[in-house]
Design a protein around this ligand. Structure first.
Ligand code: ADP
Ligand code: MG
Length: 259
């Protein structure tokens, strides 16, 4: 039984969260309830328009929910100051926007500057963060346009980690990258989740990305969370036709491999 104060149930917990953009006529997301435990990676998987981004953004209050409650680190987030809440959560959007006139190190240090961290410490942290995403120190003083797309994306992930070291929200962050770079970054996310004990909520429409990253996967369909569970649970005990059909293909592939 989930408590009402949210103190014992994960870094993030949503209870009955819903969002209507049209005054309650239709809901982009409805009745969404789940939690992300410390150090866990949860993937929200669903097709375009299924409500994934809406749910994600209720957590850092880029969107205010119409219904339900979001707890962040045990606190009702609606009672927190939105700016402070946002500063404490790393967020990587689909198109990572580095500031074009700031160097890589300055981009990385920006969330720290906002938090009032001194100059030398900012520089040291920025260099450390480059290491987290497997980039070398010599990139620190380059401008964003002097990096490849994959490197820019890595800087975006590092900046998000610096901003909110224990909680990271990622919204289809690797969609625009080539397959090889995407796989390298997926591995990086898995490693960060494991080594730094970051709690990650990752949104994607890509089933195989979800299987690669998720300790648990939540399937979104028409604004509803159809089912959430370990990949094996979704494959072997789908609770709806939609989930069963979605996981039929990877399930067959795994069965072939296991023969
Ligand atoms: P996803 O991220 O899964 O593609 P979204 O959460 O972005 O889905 O969108 C869910 C639904 O809400 C869609 O029908 C979308 O058109 C609608 N929607 C999203 N943002 C807005 C908005 N700011 N105003 C009105 N409708 C929106
Ligand atoms: Mg989206």
């Amino acid at each position: 039984m989930p408590g009402t104060d949210g103190s014992d149930n994960g870094v993030v917990r949503l209870e009955g969260v819903g969002k209507s953009y049209d005054g309650g006529r239709t809901f982009a997301a409805r009745d969404v309830t789940f939690a992300v435990a410390r150090g866990e990676t949860v993937v929200l998987l669903g097709s375009s328009g299924s409500g994934k981004s809406t749910v994600l953004k209720t957590i850092n209050r880029l969107i205010e929910p119409t219904e339900g409650v979001v707890f962040v680190r045990g606190e009702n987030s609606s009672a927190m100051r939105a700016v402070e809440l946002r500063r404490s959560i790393g967020y990587v959007a689909q198109e990572v926007a580095l500031f074009p006139f700031l160097s890589v190190a300055e981009n990385l240090a920006l969330p720290l500057r906002v938090q009032g961290v001194g100059k030398q410490e900012r520089r040291a942290k920025a260099l450390e963060a480059l290491g987290w995403v497997n980039l070398t120190d010599d990139l620190a003083d380059r401008m964003p346009f002097q990096l490849s797309g994959g490197q820019q994306q890595r800087v975006g992930v590092a900046r998000a980690l610096l901003a909110g070291a224990d909680l990271l929200l990622m919204d289809e962050p690797f969609g625009a990258l080539d397959a090889v770079t995407r796989e390298a970054l997926q591995d990086e996310v898995v490693r960060l989740g494991e080594e730094k004990e970051v709690s990650i909520l990752f949104v994607t429409h890509d089933l195989f990305e979800a299987l690669r990253l998720g300790d648990r996967i939540g399937v979104m369909h028409q604004g509803r969370l159809e089912q959430i569970g370990k990949p094996s649970e979704l494959m072997n005990r789908p609770s709806t036709d939609f989930v069963r059909e979605l996981f039929e293909k990877p399930k067959r592939q795994l069965e072939v491999l296991e023969q």
